[in-house]
Design a protein around this ligand. Structure first.
Ligand code: WT7
Length: 649
């Protein structure tokens, strides 16, 4: 979030009421009714969430809605048995949706598949049978490192069907990152593909898996989907083609009856230390919140064609490509590749050809499209669209207005949805038929969610005062722990303001109670909507032989939101030249993944530190952003360091 954006958000006074036509057909179509739901939910959140859970299928109902006797370790729907795969598939077949299209998939090269709910169900049952045949049991962890193909959704749903906990690793992560995540979760199996298509080239996923798993003693099996027909190395003992794994296997018809608190998935995300955290989500609560947020916020109806452009490797794809929409029996568009292949109008071409009605994407993508020009969307018929969504970072009002005008034809409401990997599902967002929107504001907390902006004592701040964004009561989709590290879970999220979940974001509420998210206030960057810890990049840099010390900060970037700026001091005998900068970028790419490569690297003799030896990040942020007026330097140990850093500008 740049200073400029904060400035413009402070002065934003436009607002847009739900269009009458939209509201009259919406699931929730007026503010009074919505407020009634919100106040009832606020008075008794457990009753609210239980009433939503009733809409889903349970093998056995709960004895207790919430057990909060041992905070911050929540248990939702205590004693209940359910299965999210059953709710995504069998429940829809039971409702007569078997012939309805579940997935409209398009590969980057242009190949297409349409998969009905019955077909998806059959494929999931088959693959679940294959997992059992490989000895996978409920509670085992399975790492998924896959392109955006239907088999990724099939694998997730098959894991969920038998109670194996999936850990999806985004295909942009390097072999080292994949290895660390596999080892942290002690995954028994990896599911991957020979490759995936990205900008006309094959991303050789199996090669990366091969590099990773040589250092993963827990991995007994690797299942490989044939997607790109590229050459792959083969380990006869360990590797099985996906199609061979299905041969002679009995499909698992009945989904396992799992405890509501059974761990559904682990998803690794960055924090303030060098080591990513395995965020653990469980079944019943997550399912309930993912289901109802999808239903109300995206206003899904039977004939909608819904497209979320995220990658399933991030939480957005888990909750709003796979679980949420499928539980709602929606027809979901899934696209494998890049937005600029073969042309920069690929997204608009997809919207037009499939008649997409609801589009959910990220501010960084919207800003990229703005740069590419209005002509590209204008050359396609986008009149099927009726609702637009955004997620991942604060959206600047200019991008919001452009999205509304150029993509939404001034007719579609925009839902700006705030949430996190940890929250599991959307927490703050307009409900489009009921809530007036303001460009740049995520508006109001979802019913049953107790969000607030507080000071460091946990006291709510006055209207339009900045503060810390917190959640004061447990919610069903909340993370249950950090995998293998319950202490870190407590310390990271519940210690800063005792008794409240601190989200890491700064925010303010305006006079209407609307939330305006100001971005991260910890040492976490948001690069193109992807969370990246400064410490992670720093540990990667100091892992290079030439580097003695490194400090990494985010700096404002018009398209990415934040870019990665690194300040590096070198050991004796090393020269800070372009060649070394390139080598360091490559090194970070290898350690973490290409998306983490620093945009700027500055070599310096020393880093500015306080007397107690803390790196003065605020100062570095000012320098990285090219701001002339740097902040308070009275605690700066060595003024000359500042002078020399600035000279390099
Ligand atoms: C962080 C969470 C949740 C899916 C994608 C990112 C930022 C997310 C918004 C929004 C302002 C937002 C926050 C948050 N963020 N959505 N609508 N407005 N900021 O998931 O990687 O877990 O990152 O993304 O800073 O803390 P994530």
């Amino acid at each position: 979030m740049t200073e400029k954006n904060i400035e413009s958000l402070l002065h934003e006074d436009r607002s847009f009421e739900p269009p009458v036509e939209f509201a009259s057909a919406a699931r929730l179509g007026n503010r009074e009714d919505y407020d009634a739901i919100r106040s009832k939910a606020a008075a008794d959140p457990e009753a609210f969430w239980a009433s939503i859970a009733e809409e889903l299928h349970w093998f056995r109902k709960w004895d207790q809605v919430l057990d909060w006797s041992n905070p911050p370790f929540a248990k939702w729907f205590v004693g209940a048995k359910t299965n999210i795969s059953h709710n995504c598939l069998d429940r829809n077949l039971d409702r007569g949706l078997g012939d309805k299209t579940a997935i409209l998939w398009e590969g980057e090269p242009g190949d297409r598949r349409e998969i009905s709910y019955s077909e998806l169900h059959a494929s999931v049952c088959e693959f679940a049978g294959a997992l059992l045949a490989k000895g996978i049991k409920a509670g085992d962890r399975i790492a998924l490192y896959m392109p955006m193909v239907p088999e990724l959704a099939i694998a997730m749903l098959a894991c969920a069907r038998i109670g194996a906990t999936h850990s999806i690793v985004f295909g942009g992560f390097s072999a080292d990152s994949l290895r660390d995540r596999i080892n942290d979760a002690e995954a028994a199996m990896v599911i991957t593909a020979d490759g995936g298509w990205r900008r006309g080239k094959v991303l050789a996923l199996k090669d990366i898996v091969d590099d990773a798993v040589v250092q993963c003693p827990s991995v007994k099996n690797v299942i490989v989907l044939k997607r790109c027909e590229n050459e792959v190395a083969w380990d006869e003992e360990r590797d099985t083609w996906w199609h061979d794994a299905l041969v002679g296997v009995a499909p698992l018809q009945a989904a396992a009856e799992l405890d509501a608190e059974h761990p559904l998935f682990i998803l690794y995300t960055s924090g303030t230390t060098g080591k990513p955290k395995g965020v653990v989500h469980s079944t019943g609560g997550y399912m309930t919140q993912a289901y109802i947020t999808t239903r109300w916020i995206f206003d899904l109806k039977d004939d909608d064609i819904y497209w979320c452009t995220a990658d399933i490797g991030w939480v957005t794809g888990h909750s709003y490509i796979v679980y949420g929409p499928l539980m709602n029996g929606a027809s979901v568009v899934m696209y494998e590749g890049a937005p600029d292949t073969p042309g920069k109008d690929r997204f608009w071409d997809i919207v037009e050809r499939y008649g997409v009605t609801v589009l959910y994407t990220a501010p960084t993508a919207i800003r990229t499209f703005m740069k590419w020009g209005d002509e590209l969307p204008a050359s396609h018929d986008l009149s099927s669209l009726r609702l637009l969504g955004t997620v991942g970072e604060p959206i600047n009002p200019e991008a919001w207005m452009w999205y509304r005008r150029v993509i939404g034809g001034d007719r579609c409401p925009i839902v700006d949805t705030w949430w996190q990997t940890e929250t599991g599902a959307i927490m703050i967002s307009p409900v489009p038929g009921a809530v007036t929107t303001k460009p740049g504001s995520a508006t109001l907390p979802f019913p049953g969610i107790d969000a607030e902006v507080v000071d460091s004592d946990g006291e709510p701040v006055a209207a339009n005062q900045g503060g810390l964004l917190v959640i004061r009561k447990p919610w069903p989709g909340m993370l249950r722990t950090i995998y293998g590290d319950p202490e870190r879970f407590k310390e990271q999220y519940w210690a800063r303001i005792p008794g409240m979940y601190f989200a890491g974001d700064g925010a303010r509420r305006d006079e209407d109670g609307y939330f305006w998210i100001m971005g991260r206030i910890d040492d976490v960057m948001n690069v193109s909507g992807h969370r990246l810890g400064t410490m992670e990049v720093e540990s990667a840099l100091v892992g290079h032989e030439a580097v003695t010390e490194a400090a990494v900060v985010g700096r404002p970037d018009d398209v990415k939101g934040e870019a990665v700026a690194a300040f590096v001091t070198l050991g004796p005998g090393y020269e800070g030249d372009d060649e070394l900068a390139a080598a360091l970028r490559a090194h970070v790419g290898k350690e973490i993944g290409a998306f983490a490569k620093p945009d700027d690297i500055r070599f310096t003799d020393a880093l500015p530190k306080t007397r107690s030896g803390k790196i003065m990040r605020r100062l570095l942020r000012d320098i990285a952003a090219g701001r002339d007026e740097v902040g308070d330097t009275t605690t700066l140990e060595d003024y000359s360091v500042l002078a020399s850093l600035r000279e390099d500008d």
